[in-house]
Design a protein around this ligand. Sequence first.
Ligand SMILES: CC(C)(COP(=O)(O)OP(=O)(O)OC[C@H]1O[C@@H](n2cnc3c(N)ncnc32)[C@H](O)[C@@H]1OP(=O)(O)O)[C@@H](O)C(=O)NCCC(=O)NCCS
Length: 146
Amino acid sequence: MTTFRPVQRADLPVLLQMSRENMSSIIQSSWGMQWQDEPVLEWLTDKSMVTEVAESDGEVVGYYCLEMADRYLFITSIQVGRSHQGQGLGGTMMERIEALARERGLEGVELCVQETNQRARTFYLELGYQPIWRKGSNVMMRKRLP
Ligand SMILES: CC(C)(COP(=O)(O)OP(=O)(O)OC[C@H]1O[C@@H](n2cnc3c(N)ncnc32)[C@H](O)[C@@H]1OP(=O)(O)O)[C@@H](O)C(=O)NCCC(=O)NCCS
């Protein structure tokens, strides 16, 4: 069973490793940049953000970081560990995020995805997110909640 809880300091090495494994090739192909832990570390420790980790059998299997952007909840990061992808966890996390946006009376959810991240783009499109803006290799997507 997967459970969710707020991030703790002890989670940081696992979350950084997960982010690096998932994103370094995408960052390289989108921006031609080497992976750096620092920006991720900054938002994981930012108290103004909502960061929750998903655990399954005592193992951290994913996380998301959220921030308020105007009338929308913005997904700063969403990551599922490599060996746990494609099993529905990402969908469950998006449901939780949308429920949180509704609870807070927000109009919807927004995020940015790299154009080269085809899998994530398909994932968001299938969940009803629409591209609203594009700059360089970044695509901003939005879902308005009924
Ligand atoms: C994008 C991500 C969060 C999705 O989470 P997930 O747990 O793998 O997704 P789910 O298992 O809930 O799958 C939902 C949908 O994603 C797509 N998907 C899942 N596995 C896939 C695969 N191997 N290949 C292509 N699409 C796939 C499918 O559309 C799937 O729909 P379906 O269940 O009807 O087939 C996850 O793959 C991930 O962490 N990727 C690396 C990090 C990343 O890119 N984060 C987003 C940055 S913007």
